[in-house]
Design a protein around this ligand. Structure first.
Ligand code: PLP
Length: 454
């Protein structure tokens, strides 16, 4: 290791507070400091190289590392105009909005910000303001699903169904109400033939309990990502849509992880024929070469804010400073061009199917694998100590597996407790350029690690 890199590790250990880390661990081990990325590989400050099957630890570097064309596009734009507040427009913001919406039939307006949490906050404010503009403030409640994650800020966390994220951060914002998850493998409603419909009807129960005239929107991930890679069972989405329509509830789809090709379609909701009112995007929008998020709405939602001139407060009175930084949309435009030119959404589907097949093969071999699920390059492996009883392994086992993979040059999520989403589920979300050879390496490494563990 070079002297410079030793210094960096010490600087990091002394001064940086890492996200989602118990820092007491770093008293006895070096912090991981990343220094380089190329394609699907990253290098740490100690010179170790890894195949990154986590797309940057949090499923976001969709087009892979080291894309100089994105860096050049950003550089060119920043030299031309680096910033102007989003109270006005900029060239890349207008161009990207048009190109993005062309991929989202039925959607019509893009509201920019800088993170997934923020995009969801904007959506909540839109719903709350519509409640005031149309329903005297009554239809303000937002329902969310157990196991879904919507961000780290207090309102986004108030809409998050993961106890491990919420614990010790209450009290939460009022008006957010949870309904049960839809994971068929972890069935909450017994062995029913129409599981998807049965699970979706839980939403209706909660709407009726709360009073339909108080419920403004429901927020859902199309496929639950960090909560355990939960693919919705058949019949789930049509029933959810019917319920939203019946009770005049806006459907907000959180595509922060699934958006921009992750699941083998441009957007996760497009697998299921969902017609959303609001869609939020972040991570993959610019493959995290710049901070950008989008709250996308239909024209109907947008039109709720076109008040007559007598109501001086009826416009969306919201702003975020960094939404005006042009690095975001400039990077997003080039990112979109790469996704199209290299047909990466198709590759995500093809390689996702290939990887899934490999993992299903492992399931037959390793009794510790209870379930394998996901779509495209968003896949999960649920670990159990008894396949028949589906007894989850302790979270520490999943952490150990990730650590052992890392020692073999494969990153799957993070190596601390946070990555093991359902606490016993390993998550795989490699970059969308993944090759067969790289997919084989992922499967072989997990195979070897599980054999070693058993
Ligand atoms: N929504 C989903 C589905 C996410 O997975 C995340 C982050 O992991 C967020 C929202 C929050 O995004 P951010 O961390 O950019 O605020």
């Amino acid at each position: 290791m070079s002297i410079e890199n030793t210094a960096v590790i010490e600087q990091d250990r002394k001064h940086v507070w890492h996200h989602l880390n118990q820092h007491s661990v770093l008293k006895s081990q070096d912090p991981m400091v990343m220094v380089k990325g190329e394609g699907s590989r990253v290098w740490d400050a100690k010179g170790n190289s890894y195949l990154d099957a986590s797309s940057g630890g949090v499923w976001c570097v969709n087009v892979g590392y080291g894309r100089s064309s994105i860096a050049e596009a950003v550089s060119k734009q920043l030299t031309e105009l680096n910033f102007f507040a989003s109270t006005a427009g900029t060239v890349p913001a207008a161009e990207f909005a048009e190109k993005l919406l062309a991929k989202m039939p039925g959607m019509s307006r893009v509201y920019y910000a800088s993170s997934g949490s923020e995009a969801n906050e904007k959506a909540f404010k839109i719903v709350r303001q519509i409640a005031h503009l149309k329903y005297g403030g009554k239809k303000h409640k937002i329902l969310y699903r157990e196991r879904d994650y919507h961000g780290s800020t207090i309102a986004a966390l108030s809409a998050t169904g993961q106890e491990e994220r919420r614990k010790q951060y209450g009290p939460f914002a009022p008006g957010f109400v949870e309904f049960p998850h839809c994971c068929e493998y972890r069935s909450q409603f017994g062995d029913v033939s129409d599981y998807g419909v049965r699970a979706a009807k839980e939403l209706e129960k909660v709407i009726l309990q709360e009073g339909p005239d108080t419920v403004g929107a429901v927020i859902l991930e199309p496929i639950t990502a960090g909560g355990g890679v939960i693919t919705p069972p058949e019949g789930y989405w049509p029933t959810i849509m019917e319920i939203c329509k019946k009770y005049d509830v806006l459907l907000h789809i959180d595509e922060v992880v699934c958006g921009l090709g992750r699941t083998g379609e441009w957007f996760g909701y497009q697998h299921y024929g969902i017609k959303p009112d609001i869609v939020t995007l972040a991570k993959g929008v610019a493959s995290s070469y710049a901070a950008i998020s989008c709250t996308v709405t239909t024209e109907e939602v947008f039109n709720e804010f076109m008040a007559d001139s007598s109501d001086r407060e009826a416009y969306f009175r919201d702003i975020s400073t960094f939404a005006g930084c042009t690095a975001g949309p400039a990077a997003a435009l080039e990112n979109l061009r790469i996704l199209e030119q290299e047909e990466l959404v198709h590759n995500s589907k093809m390689m996702g199917d290939y990887l899934l097949e490999g993992l299903i093969g492992l399931q037959a071999k390793h009794p510790i694998i209870g379930d394998v699920r996901g779509k495209g390059l968003l896949l999960g492996i649920e670990l159990v100590s008894d396949q028949d009883a589906k007894t989850p392994v302790d979270e520490s086992v999943a952490v150990k597996v990730a650590g052992m993979c890392m020692a073999k040059g494969l990153i799957i999520g993070r190596t601390n407790r946070s990555f093991a989403s359902l606490n016993n589920t390993l998550c795989l979300c490699p970059v969308l350029t993944l090759s067969k050879q790289e997919a084989d390496f992922i499967v072989t490494t997990i195979d070897e690690v599980l054999a070693q563990l058993e």
